[in-house]
Design a protein. Structure first.
Ligand code: SAH
Length: 261
């Protein structure tokens, strides 16, 4: 059996229990060496073969997996964060299907979630933003028409920008030309959740580029943008005493509830 496993954003204890148990049983682990915390490899048994995919092509990765899986052994493909976000695992799954090999996916904590934790922020604040746009700048990998940063900026929603911390000058220009004011709060989160290495840099849309350059950030970072980083929002209806729902009656007197009362 082959498992695509989300390694989580960095901290070794942010892998799922299921992911860790599979690492312990694996006969072959192919991990994304540029981003996966090597501490996770300590879970592997001594007889496990471990390969770093950083220097491998898609064909080489598949060529390494197929014979081991065909012998009935356990193969783990370890991707950073969650495989479904810029993980390039679709092409691997399609090739494995062509060999009639079965696989399963074990989700992971994506780095955009670890970034919100580092910021102690909620992406979806009532009356500020109810949507999270996960995107990237066009690099060597293009982005389809109508999906450029400026197109999304027009919505003024929460934006999490992957793979773009080396392109901040252009990113900042596109965010502003698309419709965010330069004063909109923003933050760069470097190595979210990595013990001793995480760095949070709060700024505004107009200072993203200067902030990245001053701090020498050009990779391993996410850029988050939007009013969710500001101080204004409305409280939720769900927990509002004046709002009734299936599990609770409305009772305005509960607005007075305080700790110890
Ligand atoms: N599948 C991964 C993303 C892989 S793309 C996930 O779910 O997180 C690689 C990009 O993700 C990096 O260039 C960076 O933008 C971002 N990234 C991955 N781990 C990160 C971390 N711990 N902190 C900040 N950004 C991270």
């Amino acid at each position: 059996m082959i498992y695509f496993i989300g390694a989580g954003p960095g901290a070794a204890d942010l892998i799922t229990v299921k992911g860790k148990e599979l690492l312990e049983r694996a006969d072959l682990i192919i991990y994304a060496g540029s981003l996966v915390n090597k501490k996770l490899l300590e879970y592997a048994k001594p007889s496990c073969t471990i390969m770093d995919s950083a220097a491998m092509t898609l064909e080489e990765v598949i060529a390494a997996m197929v014979p081991v899986a065909q012998e009935g052994k356990l193969v783990v493909r370890l991707h950073t964060g969650d495989p479904s976000v810029y993980g390039a695992h679709r092409e691997q799954m399609d090739l494995l299907r062509s060999y009639n090999l079965d696989f399963e996916i074990v989700p992971g904590v994506s780095s955009f979630m670890a970034a919100a934790a580092a910021l102690k922020a909620e992406y979806t604040l009532p009356n500020v933003s109810q949507s999270v746009i996960i995107t990237r700048m066009e690099g060597r990998t293009g982005v389809p028409d109508k999906q450029r940063i400026a197109d999304y900026a027009a919505h003024n929603a929460t934006m999490v920008i992957f793979l773009s911390s080396g392109l901040t000058e252009k990113l900042q220009k596109e965010l502003i030309s698309g419709g965010y004011s330069p004063e909109t709060p923003a933050a760069i989160v470097y190595k979210a959740s990595w013990p001793g290495e995480e760095k949070v840099m709060r700024c505004t849309v107009g200072t993203i580029d200067a902030t990245a350059k001053e701090n020498g950030i050009s990779n391993l970072a996410l850029i988050t943008v939007g009013g969710f980083l500001g101080s204004e929002y409305e409280r939720s209806e769900l927990y509002n005493p004046t709002f009734a729902h299936g599990f609770r009656e409305a009772d305005a007197s509960k607005l007075d509830v305080k700790p110890g009362k």
